[in-house]
Design a protein around this ligand. Structure first.
Ligand SMILES: Nc1ncnc2c1ncn2[C@@H]1O[C@H](COP(=O)(O)OP(=O)(O)OP(=O)(O)O)[C@@H](O)[C@H]1O
Ligand SMILES: [Mg+2]
Length: 266
């Protein structure tokens, strides 16, 4: 049953490693947990490190609060001893390297990759999603790799680990946050989105400092400590706050650039 959670996310313990998702670059795995739920586990010991897990929580939980559908995100306590019964050596190593807290996404059975050509998205949803990915610099939602699932005829957002990439090297002094590179050319929703001006006011006003604090508080301190540039979890939370503030501050050049890319495509 859920153990004490260090944050507002539910914490479960993995009881069984079921199978890897071979298509995932980070080798996510399907696990069963002590609440009998099945979760897609994102391992802390995977190559890209814990910042990827931080981005999953911050962007996934922000998206949820803006009204997007996102599978429940839980913290998953993993006992590296689970590796003992695992025959695959690569998986064994991943389990051994991932003892402690990881994240899990509620597994959506029967879901599949969303293809907007087969089923056109609802226009406002497409526009809002393009705006959100622009804000958080999520380059990982292309038509090749949609990271969007269709489940019960609705769109569900997954895989936000590549977003917020400036957190791998906080250098606000050298790269003003509104100038970070975001190439939307292959974005899943570029051909389907309407004018970004239709959603810009609503979304930028919805992302208040209080909302960001709420979301940042969900990240376990241990994943924020150890940042090379900022000592202490709260200093790192401030760095995320500053990044969002800079991208949300008007005039939003990135919105204009994204709109130019969109308009040129239509
Ligand atoms: N909650 C979920 N329910 C059902 N299937 C899922 C869920 N989350 C992920 N998957 C499946 O697992 C695959 C890999 O997951 P995900 O994209 O999160 O991993 P990744 O390693 O970051 O992937 P990549 O870097 O290759 O995009 C997805 O493409 C999807 O098919
Ligand atoms: Mg993916």
């Amino acid at each position: 049953m859920p153990v004490n959670s260090p944050t507002g996310l539910r914490t479960v313990a993995a009881t069984r490693y079921v199978t890897p998702f071979r298509e995932g670059g980070s080798l996510p795995g399907l696990v069963e947990a002590d609440d009998l739920g099945m979760y897609v586990l994102k391992f802390r010991g995977a190559g890209q490190g814990v910042k990827v897990l931080v981005a999953e929580i911050v962007v996934g939980e922000l998206a949820r609060r803006l009204g997007f559908r996102v599978p429940e995100i839980v913290l998953v306590e993993l006992d590296p001893e689970l590796a003992r019964s695992e025959p695959d050596q690569e998986v064994q190593e991943l389990l051994r390297a991932s003892g402690g807290l990881n994240i899990g996404l509620d597994y959506l059975p029967g879901s599949f990759d969303y293809n907007p050509v087969v089923r056109a998205p609802e226009p406002t949803e497409a526009t809002r999603l393009l705006w959100l990915d622009g804000l958080v610099l999520n380059v990982d939602r292309s038509w090749r790799n949609p990271n969007t699932l269709l489940w019960h005829r609705k769109l569900w957002l997954i895989d936000h680990g590549a977003a917020l990439y400036p957190h791998h090297y906080w250098r606000a002094d050298r790269f003003p946050a509104d100038r970070y590179r975001f190439d939307a050319a292959d974005h899943l929703m570029l051909p389907f989105a309407g004018a970004l001006s239709e959603v810009d006011d609503e979304l930028s006003a919805a992302i208040t400092p209080e909302l960001l604090d709420e979301v940042l508080a969900l990240v376990p301190d241990e994943w924020l400590e150890g940042d090379e540039q900022f000592p202490g979890a709260d200093r790192v939370r401030s760095a995320y706050r500053d990044l969002f503030a800079a991208r949300l501050r008007a005039p939003r050049t990135w919105v204009d650039e994204l709109e130019a890319a969109r308009a040129a495509r239509v």
